[in-house]
Design a binder for this molecule. Sequence first.
Ligand code: ADP
Length: 238
Amino acid sequence: MTLSVAIQSKHFANGHCAIRDLGFTARPGEFLAIVGPSGAGKTTLLKIISGLDTAFEGRLQMPSAGKIGFMFQEPRLMPWLTVEQNLRLVDKTADSTKLAQSLAKVGLKDCANLFPNQLSGGMQRRVALLRAFSVAPQLLLMDEPFQSLDVPTANQLRAHLLELWQDIKPTVLFVTHNLQEALALADRVLFLSTGPSHIALDLPLDLPRPRGVDSPAVQALAQQLLQRYPDLLKGRVD
Ligand code: ADP
């Protein structure tokens, strides 16, 4: 879906201004990474876009019937439900064959009847990833979803994410503070300033996919960016 965001300001009840003059438009199917230092307002921005936080000045434009998928840092599975039951919570009509196929796609064949505590952290995230896609979202909001995973597990999840994205093609907003991860995944990276946050740099990427987090192209671009903007990850491009 085309998503158009124009936030003039976001104040919390205590008067703190977290966002000021932040605007961008995302094309249907575009994969945007949002990078910014801790406290820059990334989570606040996702909450506004998801509709969870309506107390802001400004405008959001997106199709009213557009479905939104979410994935957070914690898998947030229901511990008393099996993998299949967790997925059915969001897609009640899914038939068992389709569910089994989806599970196999992300390497979870034969896991439908297991409970979350019988799965590794990486497997739980794969279920959370499938759950996010199982509503066939037009917009997918991801808040540091692969944080604190070991490198091979995170890389595997990134590959699954890209496969699912290419199948369903939602517009993706992927929040991370990992520059290489953003450069490896996205079509475009929005770098946020420190609060009150705005977009410090809007960077389109034209590197061919697949591009690993550790690939020479990603490493070279990261180095180039940090040479040009030494304080980029602190939210400054001066
Ligand atoms: P990020 O996700 O980039 O780490 P957040 O969106 O969580 O940042 O927070 C942005 C800023 O708003 C921070 O300075 C944070 O302390 C502040 N903030 C977040 N939630 C509240 C709240 N409920 N009340 C007051 N200030 C808040």
